[in-house]
Design a protein around this ligand. Structure first.
Ligand SMILES: Nc1ncnc2c1ncn2[C@@H]1O[C@H](COP(=O)(O)OP(=O)(O)OP(=O)(O)O)[C@@H](O)[C@H]1O
Ligand SMILES: [Mg+2]
Length: 239
């Protein structure tokens, strides 16, 4: 299979390069690079691409077992995953269990790391230029980005993902603070979980210590970040 994973480069993002294999499939190559603050801080991070691809493959396969439809087809054991090509909905869906990050900036009345009475689900428009602003469900519908039914399905899926991942993390002594999801729509108009699930897109703590990209945002080196991802993979049994 891996030998067929050739295609034309169609997009280079901050974390991944995307290649088109054919109408149906894409290859996503995770870069050995780490960026923060909308790309303002950027460093070479040898080994990170493989670790993040492994995390994404592991979590997507786990979610698949629980019946959560997602884009993963295969992982090459290195930095690439093969995925189903989707029409992406340009929003970021964030699930929060504890108060952190942009939540605290917009709601300073809540103390950092307060556990919410129930998980929060929020939407942000994907726009580096506007710094991914918080948007409402009505905004999404009015802009024609998704229907109300699709949004409801996205919220339910996001909460299920949270239950599954939180339970796993707790069983390994980890705390899932928050994470980001992206969704796309397939040719049959099904909403499908896409993009990545990795230390770049979640906050996860062990004894109050980050094993995620927050380390880099807080000034740690790319090397320390790679070490943290290795530790996370070891704790979760990810190869
Ligand atoms: N199954 C999929 N089909 C089509 N596009 C996808 C799929 N999964 C993820 N994508 C898109 O592929 C790109 C991955 O690149 P990357 O995450 O590095 O981009 P980025 O720099 O974060 O920029 P942005 O995510 O804002 O476009 C993203 O634009 C993501 O929305
Ligand atoms: Mg991205």
């Amino acid at each position: 299979m891996a030998s067929n994973w050739v295609g034309e480069l169609i997009y280079e993002g901050k974390a991944k390069r995307v290649y088109r294999v054919n109408n149906e499939f894409l290859v996503m190559e995770f870069k050995d690079e780490v960026t923060a603050f909308d790309g303002v801080r950027k460093e070479y991070a040898p080994g990170k691409g493989r670790l993040a691809a492994a995390q994404t493959a592991f979590f997507m396969r786990l979610l698949d077992k629980y019946g959560i439809r997602n884009h993963l087809v295969d992982w090459d054991g290195d930095r690439k995953i093969l995925v189903r090509s989707l029409k992406m909905i340009p929003i970021e869906v964030i699930v929060r269990n504890y108060a952190y990050g942009s939540f605290l900036r917009r709601m300073p009345l809540v103390r950092p790391m307060t556990k919410f009475s129930r998980p929060l689900v929020e939407f942000h428009l994907k726009s580096d230029e506007l710094h991914d602003p918080l948007i409402t469900m009505d905004d999404i519908v009015e802009a024609g980005l998704a229907s109300r039914e699709q949004i409801n399905e996205i919220v339910n899926t996001a909460l299920s993902v949270n239950s599954i991942l939180s339970e796993l993390m707790i069983s390994r002594g980890l705390v899932l603070v928050d994470f980001k999801l992206e969704f796309g729509v397939d040719k049959s108009n099904n909403v499908v979980l896409a993009d990545e699930l990795s230390g770049d897109t979640m906050r996860v703590l062990i004894n109050g210590r980050h094993l995620d990209k927050e380390l880099f945002r807080k000034g740690a080196s790319a090397m320390d970040l790679v070490k943290a991802y290795e530790e996370l993979n070891k704790l979760l049994g990810i190869p």
